[in-house]
Write a protein that binds this ligand. Structure first.
Ligand code: IMP
Length: 435
């Protein structure tokens, strides 16, 4: 059995949750490896809509163990609320396992995120304000509080005290906030500890057993390649590595344990928060795509910036992830839009045309996209389930993207519901037919 890493190939919100949900039924374990509740996955199942921020998307499959790996930053307030919400809807969460080594988002991380963005003013990153960056910063500074600390009152208090001390200056606006009182935080987090104890486990060992037994394991990425702290559009990125390689570090497995990497991309592109977005449509059509695609953040409700699909950026994402398959989602949204554009190059200020993602941010900020125009289609494709039911122009569009990115398309999303997909099998017939 292969193990599959499922990662975002653009700027997030590509519909990774749906792809994970589809594959999770056959999987023994689904493991998240980075990010926190800055992520938001929406899954529509049997007419019901589920939104997850921390719990892996596989939770709806009763036979799947869901792991929150050591690389995830966990806000226990959010996790316990998510557990309660799912229980209230009759979802069994006994299969949830939380790494003892995962770091915890603390009340001061939320405040620091807020203060940090306010200080940046016009230069703000547009974070989700969920405390993600400050939590990862404390992890690197070795001032982090880990899940296992919840089980030891003395250690917990000592560590919180040490972590709070260096932040006093920045947190001055919150000086009187009871949420910053050492005793209050300690007691609150001990309560979380009691609630989460039954889920805390050696998740790396659990994954090793599943892999050794040849079970299907899915590594569920959050955010996406272009938001990667090392490979994305820094500083307009998240504070973790959403690329497939991080699935190893973030769960405790080796590179050879991952056999496939599926990159998920929308048939167009979106971005939330600030930062370069060469194919952005700052016009009526962009607004129309936002409306049709329901492009508003699952986590913050913010309207997403919209634009055309960019195969230069996708090829880059394919390379840094070692992508073996592509999943193209929301193809239905483009029906009736008219002529479709695909970005195939970047033109720089001095007239040069780039066919690769530039390493220098300043260049990326100033490039103009070079487009190939492809004819669109008018038909509603939301009921298509087989490749040959798709309009010829939709197939030509997919073939074009697939060829330019150089990764076979394995599945296509044609609507929000989990059955609204067209599977293309192990090796894409599209690529074969285009050869
Ligand atoms: P942070 O992850 O909250 O620190 O935000 C950093 C950047 O990543 C901001 O531009 C956010 O909008 C973006 N971001 C974080 N999580 C997601 C996500 O799940 N989808 C899309 N963008 C995200």
């Amino acid at each position: 059995m292969p193990s599959i890493a499922i990662v975002g190939a653009q700027w997030g919100d590509e519909g990774k949750g749906k792809v994970v949900d589809l594959l999770a039924e056959q999987a023994t374990v689904v493991a998240r490896f980075q990010g926190g509740n800055n992520a938001g996955h929406t899954i529509v199942r049997g007419g019901e809509t589920f939104k997850f921020h921390l719990i892996p998307s596989g939770i709806l499959s009763p036979t799947t163990t869901c792991v929150i790996g050591n690389g995830v930053v966990v806000d226990p307030a959010v996790l316990t609320a998510e557990i309660d919400g799912l229980r209230a809807r009759g979802v069994d969460i006994d299969n949830l396992r939380l790494s003892a080594n995962a770091h915890l988002i603390m009340p001061y991380h939320l405040m620091l995120d807020q203060v940090g963005e306010a200080k940046l003013g016009k230069l703000e990153i547009g974070t989700t304000r969920r405390g993600i960056g400050p939590c990862y910063a404390d992890k690197a500074a070795r001032l982090g509080i880990r899940v296992q600390d919840l089980l030891d009152e003395k250690i917990l208090k000592k560590k919180i005290m040490a972590a709070l001390e260096p932040k006093r200056l920045m947190l001055r606006p919150f000086e009187r906030d009871p949420a910053l009182d050492l005793q209050t935080i300690t007691e609150q987090y001990l309560t979380y500890g009691h609630r989460l104890e039954q889920h805390i486990a050696d998740t790396a060992a659990l994954l090793h057993r599943a892999l050794d037994d040849g079970e299907l394991v899915i590594f569920e990425g959050a955010q996406a390649a272009l938001l990667d702290i090392d490979h994305g559009t820094y500083p307009f990125v998240t504070s973790s590595n959403p690329v497939a390689g991080a699935a190893c570090v973030g769960t405790g497995v080796g590179p050879r344990d991952i056999t496939e990497v599926w990159g998920v991309a929308k048939a167009y592109a979106t971005r939330v928060g600030a930062g370069p977005f060469p194919t952005e449509l700052d016009d009526e059509l962009g607004e129309e795509i936002r409306r049709r695609g329901g492009e508003f953040g699952t986590t913050t409700g913010r309207p997403r910036r919209t634009g055309w699909i960019d195969v230069i950026a996708l090829r880059y994402a394919a390379r840094i992830n070692g992508m073996t398959s592509l999943a193209i989602t929301k193809l239905d949204v483009l029906g009736g839009v008219g002529t479709l554009r695909v970005c195939t190059g970047y033109r720089t200020g001095d007239g040069a045309e780039l066919d690769a993602f530039p390493y220098h941010q300043t260049v990326l900020h100033h490039v103009e996209p070079v487009y190939a125009d492809l004819p669109g289609w008018e038909e509603d494709i939301s009921d298509c389930r087989e490749v040959d039911e798709l309009p010829e122009n939709a197939l030509a569009f997919l073939r074009f993207v697939e060829q330019r990115v150089g990764v076979p398309i394995a599945l296509i999303g044609v609507g929000p519901s989990r059955d609204q997909v067209v599977w293309l099998g192990e090796r894409s017939p599209l690529l074969a037919s285009a050869a």
